[in-house]
Design a binder for this molecule. Structure first.
Ligand code: HPA
Length: 233
């Protein structure tokens, strides 16, 4: 057991999908996995293990933002030996040519989070995705005919920021904003694990374009296929 996860050793798979919402974790487990067993209920941050095409896969809610995902990602890798962590979530588009319903594979994560400043004392560590996972996700997404985008994302600490660098980051080619990838990538580097963030675009922060809930459901399914196929290959 770790502080925030009350699973026994061996109950969590080496492959873990990480949605922010714990009820999303439940939905993913029930919809995409077989032989599902819940392993965590601490703080209702639900976690489940099952199989996908015969391969053991876990799904763990992370909560929102860098501090919350840092707790779960650290305990999964440090205390349970998890080796492949894939965040599945949503992001707001920044670059103009990114469209709602596109699926973004976060190759790198720019951030305003204090986390790396605290950790590295002002040195700019570059949080990057695992290349092998990225390549497998890219190939799976292309095969499924998705509109894939690969590039930099912005991991923001504030959802409701009064000042934000969105326009500037869009000018620098940053595809989208979310709130967790930089932390996941940095911690995976420390624990010698593979990490990737796969994000569906729910809205466009510059053009104002939005998705309907039906569209979000469809894209969510697309993203899950990419995540699961990349994970088990
Ligand atoms: N900001 C941060 N994270 C997000 C957003 C946003 O606008 N949309 C979806 N995830």
């Amino acid at each position: 057991m770790s502080i925030h996860i009350n699973a026994e050793q061996g109950e969590i798979a080496e492959i873990v999908l990480l949605p922010g919402d714990p009820l999303r974790a439940k939905f993913i487990a029930e919809t995409f996995l077989e032989d599902v067993k819940q392993y965590n209920d601490v703080r209702n941050m639900l976690g489940f293990t099952g199989t996908y095409k015969g391969v053991r896969v876990s799904v763990q809610g992370t909560g929102m933002g860098v501090p919350s995902i840092s707790i779960y990602a650290t305990e999964l890798m440090k205390d349970y030996g998890c080796k492949k962590l894939i965040r599945v979530g949503t992001a707001g588009a920044l670059k103009r040519d990114v469209k709602v319903r596109d699926v973004v594979l976060a190759q790198g994560a720019t951030t305003d989070s204090k986390m790396n400043e605290i950790q590295f004392g002002g040195l700019d560590f570059a949080p990057i995705a695992d290349f092998d996972l990225l390549l497998k996700a890219y190939n799976a997404g292309k095969e499924a005919g998705l509109n894939l985008r690969v590039g930099n994302v912005y991991t923001a600490d504030l959802f409701y920021g009064e000042k934000n660098p969105n326009e500037m980051l869009a000018d620098y080619g940053v595809l989208a904003v979310e709130m967790e990838a930089a932390a996941l990538y940095t911690l995976a580097a420390k624990y010698d694990a593979q990490a990737l963030a796969i994000l569906t675009i729910s809205d466009h922060l510059i053009t104002g374009e939005v998705t309907t809930s039906e569209e979000r459901q469809l894209t969510f399914k697309d993203m899950m296929v990419v995540a699961l196929e990349a994970a088990i290959q």
